[in-house]
Design a protein around this ligand. Structure first.
Ligand SMILES: [Cu+2]
Length: 268
């Protein structure tokens, strides 16, 4: 029985470690400036945690076999713990977790606590059950006011986010269901939610941030690869959560200008 336990524990350990080491189910290729740093932090976490996991599980299997029930085995002795060991592993765990936080925090903070560049493109993201809307400020660089009273989700786009079209600043605002972004330009995001907490997750851009009702959350990132990338909602937000899906199209700056101009023209 002891040997069977050892084999099962070691098999589970090595099989699950294999899928991580072989990157069987891994993130798509990174398409943003921060992707390299985030992937590095991710890999470091997996390696460090992987070492701890394999060592702990191998020891567990070994101990299950070593102290198996045998004829003539000494009766079990009960321990009340070892204070020195407790202090050692608590300290090591603290060093590991605080250290990983210190290494990772500049990457995390860079997109949140440092202000966006003045040349950044402002884009507002609104999450609602069960769609994402994207708003561009237009030539005036100003977002017009929105109001919950004007919201009509069934009409989509402008009406869905409750844009007050009577305000001059709203006249050139463009609202779409697909996100277009120019490549190699910083994007200054404002994240909003209408009803419940949603999470704007673009795996390829290594971007994930909650959108919370009542808050305008600012973050910025820079896509650096032209392509189409999937947006998911990463917060269980209701029955239609599974279909709260969208696309980011990262295009050349020229294509972006053309696209935006065409949307502006449609509004006239
Ligand atoms: Cu959602």
């Amino acid at each position: 029985m002891g040997l069977a336990l050892l084999v099962v524990i070691w098999l589970i350990t090595f099989a699950s470690t294999y899928f991580f080491a072989a990157k069987t189910w891994w993130l798509p290729a990174g398409a943003a400036v921060a992707a390299h740093g985030i992937d590095q932090q991710f890999a470091n976490s997996y390696i460090l945690m992987g070492i701890v996991f394999v060592a702990a599980q191998c020891s567990l299997g070994y101990v299950a076999w070593r102290y198996r029930d045998r004829a003539g085995a000494p009766s079990a002795a009960y321990s009340h713990g070892n204070t020195r060991l407790e202090i050692i592993w608590t300290t090591l765990t603290a060093i590991l977790f605080i250290g990983m936080n210190l290494v990772g925090s500049p990457i995390w903070a860079a997109e949140r606590f440092e202000p966006a560049q003045s040349a950044a493109l402002p884009v507002e993201v609104t999450g609602m059950q069960f769609a994402w809307y994207f708003r561009y400020a237009g030539p005036d660089g100003k977002f017009g006011p929105t109001s919950p009273k004007l919201m009509d989700p069934s009409s989509g786009n402008e009406a869905a986010i409750g844009l007050d079209t009577s305000d001059p600043a709203s006249k050139d605002d463009v609202v779409t269901g697909t996100m277009f972004l120019p490549v190699n330009r910083q994007i200054d995001l404002t994240l909003r939610a209408v009803d419940v907490i949603h999470s704007f997750f673009v795996p390829s851009l290594r971007f994930k941030q909650d959108a919370v009702p009542g808050l305008a959350i600012h973050m910025h990132f820079t896509p650096n690869q032209i392509g189409d990338y999937e947006i998911a909602c990463a917060e269980l937000c209701g029955l239609g959560h599974y279909k709260m899906h969208g696309m980011v199209k990262v295009v050349s700056p020229e294509d972006f200008d053309k696209w935006l101009a065409a949307r502006e023209a449609e509004k006239q």
